[in-house]
Design a protein around this ligand. Sequence first.
Ligand code: NAG
Ligand code: NAG
Length: 518
Amino acid sequence: MSNSRGSSHLRIPATARFLPKISPFSIAVYITLLFAFTIFVFIFSTKEILEDEQKPLFSEESQSQQDNEYVILLILQMTDDQLWEAPFSHGFHPCVKPTSRYKDTQEWDRYITVRSNGGLNQMRTGVLLLDGISDMVAVARIMNATLVIPQLDKRSFWQDSSMFSDIFDELHFITALQGDVRIVKELPKELESVPRARKHFSSWSGVNYYEEMTRLWKDYQVIHVAKSDSRLANNDLPLDIQRLRCRALYYALRFSLPIENLGKKLVERLRSRGGRYIALHLRYEKDMLSFTGCTYGLTDAEAEELRIMRENTNHWKMKKINSTEQRMGGFCPLTPKEVGIFLQALGYHSSTLIYIAAGEIYGGSSHLLELTSRFPNLVFKETVATPKELKAFVNHASKTAALDYIVSIGSDVFIPSHSGNMARAVEGHRRFLGHHKTITPDRKGLVEVFEKLERGELKEGSSLSSLVTKMHERRLGAPRKRGSSLPGIKGRGRFKTEESFYENPYPECICTSKNMFR
Ligand SMILES: *[C@@H]1O[C@H](CO)[C@@H](O)[C@H](O)[C@H]1NC(C)=O
Ligand SMILES: *[C@@H]1O[C@H](CO)[C@@H](O)[C@H](O)[C@H]1NC(C)=O
């Protein structure tokens, strides 16, 4: 589908020669083609363009028929647009207003304090517990409590001294949720020394669980939640609670002014450079690879270094990992080389501007080279912002993650090389804002393709391109209802296989014209 590949057999000069030769006949042909083109545009923008619908057009022997070539050229142009444009989502819009049953909050004199930790696996990089914080807002609402501004965990792994107010606009957070939950900056002085109930809420719990937990108020005035990653259930919560989660995440949690300003500047600079850009969440950081045990493509020394790191990180429970099995199962982040093959196969031109949203890439330029060789127009926050601008961000992983979040939200296309909180939150936010394009690699399927390439059973080019395009036809971020749990999984395990609420807040927070009055 790429332009370069397409034009190589299209002999553009012939087409160019065709254009200036204006005769009544060619005008008639031109008008007919324009009409045909309009219909094409209509059809293609109504449905998702399907690779097999295109194929006959391409395989048709053009016999150097100039008008035919002209049509094909137009279509190629269009598919190039399609690489960038948001999936068809006409009539979908955000809907987060409470229902008529929803009551304003009261001034509860009991408090929930939260320590917002670095996620389940406490990665050093890419930590931004937006979803965890939003869930705590909803929990405070369910439990009729006042929420104290979460404390960000500053322990060893996060290595970031940022406070909530460094990352978020604290005042806005408090006022935006005024009618939902009372939020205060600190626990009242007189309650600082009273005994607190310390709870690790169990994950994926629904309203019943938290209502039951209100029995703690009989004995305590303060509940301390030691981890904010015990998520609420994704599904089967009251509509008003789901919408509150959306209001918290998409409206109340706004980044602090310095972050917001620099983030906007970066987006503007990227736009002025290339017009359109891809934000690539390239999870190829040391801790990510060590944690997942993915050593494919690394040297023995690197693999050993990662193994030792995993061995020595106490809170990572999995110690012995078979890298091959991980990769075959689709549990590994794509390598820079794999991302390059993937993007090229999807049809992106080598001149495409790509912003790398990530921490430090493991092995630095040695591994990155395999991506830059295909896509030299690769940029990082360090190359888009000046050192002076980034000064306040150095050694603040959560602030830089926030920058990456803003640039990812502002991109034309977002592609995560691995799943994770941040990737999920960005995808969901983009859906919420109008189903902006997010391409989620089918890692398991792709690994099979990469293996075939390696064994020489498949070559890069048009067949790879159509294979990969077809594989991702339904992974472009088009509107669809949130996925339920995988079949055949019983008990609590099934909650884990559900699609995350924040990855796709449809239907609760995204409505079509039909259900907007719900
Ligand atoms: C919270 O307060 C409201 C209004 O007073 C009450 O109807 C509701 O039952 C309370 N919820 C819990 C879980 O106590
Ligand atoms: C890892 O798994 C693969 C595939 O199951 C197997 O062939 C290989 O021997 C395993 N490697 C080790 C070190 O156990």
